[in-house]
Design a protein around this ligand. Sequence first.
Ligand SMILES: [Zn+2]
Ligand SMILES: [Zn+2]
Length: 410
Amino acid sequence: MQGRELRGELDAFLAEAERELKAFRRDLHMHPELAFAEYRTTKLIAARLTAAGLFPSILPRGTGLICEVGSGDGPLIALRADIDALPLQDEKDAPYRSTVPGACHACGHDVHTTILLGTALFLAQQADAGLLPGRVRLIFQPAEELPGGALEVMAHGGITGVDRIFGLHCDPRVDVGQVGLKSGPITSACDKLAIRVSGPGGHTARPHLTADLVFALAKILTELPAALSRRVDPRSSLSLVWGRVEAGTAANAIPDEGVAEGTVRCLDENAWHSAPDLIKALLESVAAPYGIEATMEYTRGVPPVVNDDACVQMFAEAAARALGDGSVVPTQQSLGGEDFAWYLESIPGAFARLGTRSPESGVTYDIHQGTFDVDERAIAIGVRLMTNTALTALFGQVTEPGSVPLAQHA
Ligand SMILES: [Zn+2]
Ligand SMILES: [Zn+2]
């Protein structure tokens, strides 16, 4: 299909559907559901897809769903949206503010969900007209904020057979109509670490008869991050920062146990993979001279989202075609985490930042705040972007990196 023809069809579709999509988003916004409790949201999405003649499959827990559009032996492209809300109070003064105390779509997942629904409805029309040269798998993922929903999707074959996967996230610092793209890492890793130390306690008058545990713990607190900074590439920005430490109850008694907890943040995927073993080895060598027992509990968060170059190029071409030449803007790697990263550990894909700031309002919101809101024009723009991206990937048309022509489909 010609690019211009597709644009015309999307115009016609959105002229009809945009009002319904906005209402759908507002309904989700008024009824936010937390991670792995998205039962109502799941049912609403499934019902709308079914009404469009599609066959959604709800994940075994009853939250989140997967639905395929199209048929045939062509490529299989996945588009993913997350559907969960955050456990915080909605502080907006809007008619569609949350009706659930302590729950709010403050990360824009209601918008992501609505965009994917709109994309599904349009692609279903295309499939009916015999215009899809492959299949598009729509993944409405639960529990991104936990995180863990991506692993749940993968555990049930959600990306099995998928050639490429695409996702997006609202970016309230980018104007509506623009799309932030970046090759390579675009989010970061954040893990949790707890270290427990133990050894014989006693009177502070006789530290030599004890393991002098508080002193040894203090050594770990300072030496471990210092040693770590000399053992990993500084460009990976791997940092261990303590947030909690506890040992002892009296000024003149050496305790027999203590604990330190902190986070490990990292911009680089390779450094993230090697971090637990490296930190454990360093901990053992720092603790050894003091005769204490030191154990480490390392809780993995998510790896960084590392965008595939070719997939970013597909996003860029799709954005240029759907939204105009000036629509793609560069974006930075953030220190936040995003569990879309789990998919990209297995298959190539890309994650984009969708502008949601209203240039007229002059207000810049932030995600994970009770005041967060979006310029709802971002919904139709997101549908245009994801539709064009899926079709670009399906038709396998990638031009040379750096060129973003308004290429035609075959
Ligand atoms: Zn979030
Ligand atoms: Zn989010």
